[in-house]
Design a protein around this ligand. Structure first.
Ligand SMILES: [Zn+2]
Length: 175
């Protein structure tokens, strides 16, 4: 899934758990649970036919697929990041300060598997050196059901549902 639903669900875990370490760990688990729902993702433009590995499938990649880190990728990342950043500023502004740390680590944990799976060279070096990092990256690729760009409805449905539910839950803690 894109950055926004993961980050907001991580924040909701933070206010529920009220403990930075546990929020971080449960945040990581939440990432894989959410990714196992069919969704539109940064790699969707490269996918010809989707199929999650946890159901024994393997996604088929387009033969004429665009480069992963092209201009469109960075544009989508910019919008995704900006919206998430704005929502987080608003959450922190309205949230009691004793929940900040737990919310921060919840969101960090919820985003962590994607940081490891983006595979820029420095991350590759980490996953090669540390077994735990390689294991998270492996779990990520198994519990991940990315769809092609169409059909758009199912690509967005679960991401909107997760984001909206988390925001409704968070709103109970805002001042
Ligand atoms: Zn992911």
């Amino acid at each position: 899934m894109v950055l926004l639903p993961h980050a907001v669900v991580g924040a909701a875990i933070g206010v529920a758990v009220k403990n930075p370490l546990w929020s971080f760990l449960i945040g990581i688990v939440s990432h894989h649970l959410m990714d196992s729902f069919p969704h539109l993702d940064y790699g969707s433009r490269l996918i010809k036919k989707s199929g999650p590995r946890f159901l024994g499938h393997k996604p088929k990649i387009k033969s004429d697929s665009p480069r992963k880190f092209d201009e469109t990728f960075w544009k989508i990342l910019f919008v995704d990041f900006s919206v998430a950043w704005t929502i987080f500023l608003w959450i922190f502004y309205r949230l009691p300060e004793d929940l900040w740390l737990s919310v921060f680590f919840g969101a960090l944990g919820a985003l962590f598997p994607d940081v490891l799976s983006f595979y820029p060279p420095f991350v590759k070096a980490v996953t090669r050196k540390y077994k735990w990092a390689a294991r998270i990256a492996e779990i990520h690729s198994v519990f991940h059901w990315a769809l092609p760009v169409k059909p758009l409805f199912w690509g967005l449905f679960w991401q909107i549902a997760f984001t909206a539910s988390a925001l409704v839950y968070l709103s109970r803690f805002l001042q």
